[in-house]
Design a binder for this molecule. Structure first.
Ligand code: GLN
Length: 479
């Protein structure tokens, strides 16, 4: 029953009484218990509460209530706080942490009647590109279980790709929604910075973090986005701009591919790019051209500075954000001889290697004497990167690139070499530095039958246009 169900199909099926929310939830939970021991997409499965939520949704439906997500079985990345449901951030530090409130995006979905099947696996504190940095074991890519699903929202991507939920929330600080979506052959929307409230998101890099959607297609992402986007007084960085009705807009904008100006930046087609990836993305661009888009080569000359700048700023912010895990306020505490000893022992036991590496890098970049040389300079280059995009968007409406240089790599292949791991983010971090939006759309397979993703990038608040372009592409390719 549940193979390939979309958000839209669930709503239609519930309305036509083809199934009840309870039946649907039972079916998903059964499938999760069958496949999760192998795939490890979920850290926590929310059996009992999900069934209660399903029952409540059925009662609301019986009374004639209707929302886009009423009775929808979905998954939430385990860095988003869920009231009464353990939220680990993929870390031992928060192994037993049960939030007393919902993140705003979660609260919006809850009040609209969505059903939370569980919390999905993530690199610890969302730091990683493969979900191998989780304290709860690696997640396996359903297309080839010896490979990573990407990260850090790898659990959410696998849950969607393997039909262990209909749709899932993820977060994207430097590519963590788009890259796992690409590796798992699904659609991943990264919102403009501030479009979705970050309240209740366990912070990694506060000036970069954004909430996004992992979905079967762009239309599903649009539906979820219309529920989670919007201003939130609890997040001072959230944007005061009305939320479009993404679903109506993407359907009515469809014809606008005609004359859509697409920029293809030459700096994103460089050495190290897997030939199959390049060919599939270029073919995707040609598909847009056939639909009437106008394609031109552009230049984003600061692209090569994205990675070093990102890894300076992200680690600096992470080192500051993670100082709150001190054995007093949340989670783990390991007793020591005195306060300092307790801090040390708690953080030694609670954090994994990658998180420690980043705290050290970030602390160094922020320390007196190096602050100007590293952090301030990185912020200046960040402005240049942002200006590159601003210039480009005077000439084109959207930009198309690969999401990542290669398809999914083998589990264990890059863990010993952090620089190789960081390089997988080369095409995704620039967008976060600029604060813009992007979407990862499947555009084919490589010779090993692994999915390839292309990235559509847009200016701040360009979600409607991106979703519409992606939807038109998917509609014309798959119908
Ligand atoms: N892979 C990047 C990192 O490790 C991005 C992670 C993310 O977007 N959360 O920082």
């Amino acid at each position: 029953m549940i193979d390939h169900l979309t958000v839209k199909a669930v709503r239609a099926g519930l309305q036509k009484k083809q199934f009840s929310a309870l039946e649907l939830t039972h079916a998903y939970l059964k499938r999760i218990h069958e496949h999760n021991p192998r795939l490890n997409a979920y850290i926590s499965v929310n059996d009992e509460e999900a069934l209660q939520q399903a029952q409540a949704a059925d009662e609301r439906i019986a009374k004639g209530d209707d929302t886009p997500v009423l009775g929808l079985p979905m998954a939430i990345k385990d860095v988003l706080s869920t009231k009464g449901l353990r939220t680990t951030a993929g870390s031992r530090m928060l192994e037993n942490y049960v939030p007393t409130w919902d993140a705003t995006c979660v609260a919006n979905l809850r009040s609209a009647g969505a059903i939370f099947l569980g919390k999905t696996n993530t690199d610890e504190f969302a730091m990683g590109s493969s979900t191998e940095n989780s304290a709860y074991g690696v997640t396996h890519n359903p297309h080839d279980e010896s490979r990573v699903p990407g990260g850090s929202s790898g659990g959410s991507a696998v849950a969607v790709a393997a039909n262990l939920c209909v749709v899932a929330l993820g977060t994207d600080t430097g590519g963590s929604v788009r890259q796992p979506a690409a590796y798992c052959g699904i659609t991943g929307l990264k919102n403009t910075y501030g479009r979705v409230s970050r309240y209740g998101l366990i912070a990694y890099g506060s000036s970069l973090d954004s909430v996004g959607v992992l979905a079967k297609n762009a239309e599903d992402a649009a539906i979820i986005n219309s529920v989670i986007a919007g201003h939130d007084p609890k997040d001072s960085t959230s944007i005061h701009s009305p939320v479009p009705n993404y679903v109506d807009e993407i359907n009515s904008l469809k014809s606008k591919i005609q004359n859509l100006r697409i920029g293809v930046p030459k700096e994103y087609f460089i050495g190290g790019l897997q030939p199959d990836v390049e060919n599939a993305v270029r073919e995707g661009v040609r598909a847009f051209e056939r639909m009437g888009a106008v394609v031109k080569e552009i230049s984003l000359p600061t692209t090569h500075l994205g990675l070093p700048v990102y890894y300076l700023i992200a680690t600096a912010e992470a080192s500051s954000n993670l100082s709150r895990f001190d054995g007093v306020k949340y989670g783990l505490r390991v007793n020591g001889d005195d306060l300092i000893d307790m801090y040390g022992k708690t953080r030694q036991a609670g954090f994994g290697d990658e998180v420690k590496r980043r705290i050290m890098l970030g602390t160094y970049a922020l320390s007196a004497g190096y602050y100007d040389a590293y952090y301030i300079r990185a912020q200046k280059v960040r402005t240049l990167i942002k200006q590159d995009f601003e210039r480009a968007y005077q000439e084109v409406d959207i930009i198309m690139t690969p999401v990542a240089p290669t398809t999914a790599f083998k589990i264990g292949e890059k863990v010993e070499d952090p620089l190789q791991m960081y390089l997988t983010d080369v095409f995704s971090v620039t967008l976060n530095l600029a604060g813009n939006c992007g979407i990862s759309v499947p555009c084919g397979f490589d010779q090993q039958k692994l999915p390839i993703g292309m990235q559509l990038m847009g200016p701040a608040l360009g979600e409607t246009q991106l979703l519409s372009a992606a939807h038109t592409y998917q509609f014309s390719t798959f119908n």
